[in-house]
Design a protein around this ligand. Structure first.
Ligand code: MN
Ligand code: MN
Length: 324
């Protein structure tokens, strides 16, 4: 329990939610070296990088838009009554600076920062950035440790090996590389919401060969959210699990502000509900990626993304917290 007001969001009863500097969820800003950073249990961070997208860019602007939208969030989860900021000390740790013109340099910077967080004992919740940002997070957290399980919401598997004739790192293959590097346990991986047109079957072939469970959007809606999420809880068990949420999991009629939209996804109610149905999964870290503000004319994509981050945070404060 943390009753210390230092780690609580600034209340809208004291300063209106539209006023003040926009940190994630109005939490204190504690970059490296800030006082009391050693007390932080869960750190919210931005990874403003979109140099690995294959289509529309803009996710480098995601963290700022997510922070701004997140100032609308209050301290209590209306559905579950959970008050996450009273359970775990949370803070905004700022952005990790990318090299905007160098993918490999950026990955090295991100990995070093997340290895540092692991050494500090801080569990990260990240706002992206494109989906390749998840790879250095996993490297920083899991390299030299037991592989993590993965609960993955997306309209794409992100398991594709090749782009433009070469084996290069893109936002279309972080999870393939993470499996190949032993950062994820494929037997404890489930990818939910997959849909849209594809180039070929290279991703599903890889998934089949490694025993990765893919739940396409058609199956999700035919069976229903509760049934599929019960299966997810079964697959993930009680082991340490990473939760990665690509905003393009949500239908583009709801969340248009993203680079690679695909029709036939969940509406906002369902996008939130799958996370509440994940209660009991040992979510030790997570991210919300691929919000692209230039395509988000209404700001609704960022607002939904920030709201989903709050639900992921609620899962993280209830988790068993062991990294394995
Ligand atoms: Mn993705
Ligand atoms: Mn996607």
């Amino acid at each position: 329990m943390t009753t210390d007001p230092f780690f609580h969001p600034v209340s809208g009863m004291e300063m209106p939610r539209f006023a003040g500097l926009p940190t994630f969820m109005r939490l204190p800003y504690l970059p490296v070296g800030a006082p009391r950073r050693d007390e932080v249990a869960i750190g919210l961070l931005g990874l403003p990088f979109d140099g690995a997208v294959s289509n529309r860019p803009g996710a480098r602007h995601g963290p700022r838009a997510l922070r701004d939208a997140s100032t609308m969030i209050r301290a209590q989860n209306g559905a579950t009554r959970l008050r996450p900021f009273e359970i775990a000390a949370c803070a905004d740790l700022g952005d990790i600076g990318p090299n905007p013109v160098d993918v490999m340099d950026t990955l090295a910077r991100f990995e070093a920062a997340y290895a540092g967080l692991a050494a500090e004992g801080i569990r990260p919740l990240t706002g992206g950035g494109d989906h390749l940002c998840t790879l250095p997070v996993l490297r920083g957290l899991a390299k030299g440790r037991a592989p993590l399980g993965l609960l993955h919401f997306d309209s794409h598997t992100d398991l594709y090996p090749v782009y433009f004739g070469g084996k290069v790192l893109t936002h279309g293959n972080p999870f393939r590389v993470a499996v190949e590097e032993g950062l994820l346990d494929p037997a404890r991986m489930i990818q939910i919401g997959i849909r849209g047109t594809t180039y070929d079957d290279a991703d599903v072939d890889f998934a089949r060969a490694h025993g990765i469970r893919i739940v396409r959007a058609e199956e999700l809606f035919a069976r229903g959210l509760a049934d599929v999420m019960a299966e997810a809880r079964e697959i993930l068990g009680q082991g340490a699990t990473y939760l990665s949420y690509d905003i393009d999991f949500v239908d583009p009629s709801v969340a248009p502000g993203t680079g690679t939209p695909e029709w036939g996804g969940p509406i906002a109610r369902e996008a939130i509900e799958v996370l509440r149905l994940a209660r009991g999964v040992n979510v030790v870290a997570g991210d919300l990626v691929e919000v692209s503000p230039p395509f988000d004319a209404s700001g609704n994509t960022a607002w939904l993304g920030a709201s989903l981050m709050f639900e992921i945070l609620c899962l993280m404060v209830e988790a068993r917290r062991d990294f394995g």
